[in-house]
Write a protein that binds this ligand. Sequence first.
Ligand SMILES: *[C@@H]1O[C@H](CO)[C@@H](O)[C@H](O)[C@H]1NC(C)=O
Ligand SMILES: *[C@@H]1O[C@H](CO)[C@@H](O)[C@H](O)[C@H]1NC(C)=O
Length: 351
Amino acid sequence: MKGSAKISLLFQLSLLLLSVAATSSGAAFDFPGKVGAWPCPPEDELVPCTCYADDDLNLFLGCQELESISDLKAVFTASFQFKKFFRLQINDCNFTEGTLTKDIFEGFTFREVIMFNNKLNEVEVGIFSDSVQDLTFFEFSDPIPSFPLSNLESFKELRELVVDINCDQFPTLTSDSVLSFSLHCGGTNVTMETSQLNMNALTTLHLHDSNLISIGPENFESQSLNILTLNGNYLEEFDPEVLKFSSLLKLDLSDNLLTDMPFITGMAPKGTVRIADNKNLKQLSLDTTMPLLDADVTIHAEGVSLSCDCNLRWLLDTDGTDLLINKITVNVDCEHEEDFSDIRDILDKFC
Ligand SMILES: *[C@@H]1O[C@H](CO)[C@@H](O)[C@H](O)[C@H]1NC(C)=O
Ligand SMILES: *[C@@H]1O[C@H](CO)[C@@H](O)[C@H](O)[C@H]1NC(C)=O
């Protein structure tokens, strides 16, 4: 019986423990503080929002299930004795009608702002501008078409940014302070110009599952990135100039439309490149793959099946008992053959 014998080659995987960027999940509003305690305003003036104060007098304000933007406005006109908050969280409200205007938060400052699932359609330019010296963390998720912090550059203390919107196009963003940026663009397919990302301090960039169809034309060298995730997009190929880094530890290109290993330089020693689950990936070219292996980079290619052809030849060592490379997990689609020496014999005959 003729069948395609899939040989699973699992070789000495160097396990690398990477500190994956820990993004605060804006899930639950759960603070150990005292509800309504001084210096919060009287509880009944804030309903249905809640104010908490912790032992260090950090103030937390949470609003859930408000029915309109005017309800939110009403809360912020309550008699707040102090307007310097540690965290504001607004989620699961119905803000379908109208625009979230900047006057609502005028005079208030926040160190952290978390907003998600509020059915927002529009955010006014200049929102949270009274917090430019305070805001360190901003998380936003709603299908608005443009970036919520329009004057991003002026937020001097902002370190972490997690944004999930309906980008019409990749936004042009400038910041000298942001260390970690996660952008998810829902909706239409997006083209990213690397020149649109002017974030000098950036070490972690998550652009996975973001409908990206191309990235270019410049490279990422100007950022000192440690982690770049581009998995779950529609990327087919990269210009050889684009995937150039200064010292990248982790690059995730899995679940895209790649047909070959792209040209990648500037990986840190012991770095990892994930090209798993690229269904169109049938070959790993010597000239793009070998330099990575020479630089001690681990390649993860689970769910990739290389075709049984002459491109495979360089991957097998001369006596045909092993893969020349020892850090790839990959399938090879060769009829019948279950042994590398047999595959080697076939390739030696035809290639
Ligand atoms: C949200 O508000 C809009 C407009 O006020 C209303 O038509 C809609 O029914 C509301 N949706 C929910 C789920 O309450
Ligand atoms: C986005 O691009 C991919 C790949 O080119 C295509 O299959 C998909 O249909 C496109 N989606 C939209 C919404 O245009």
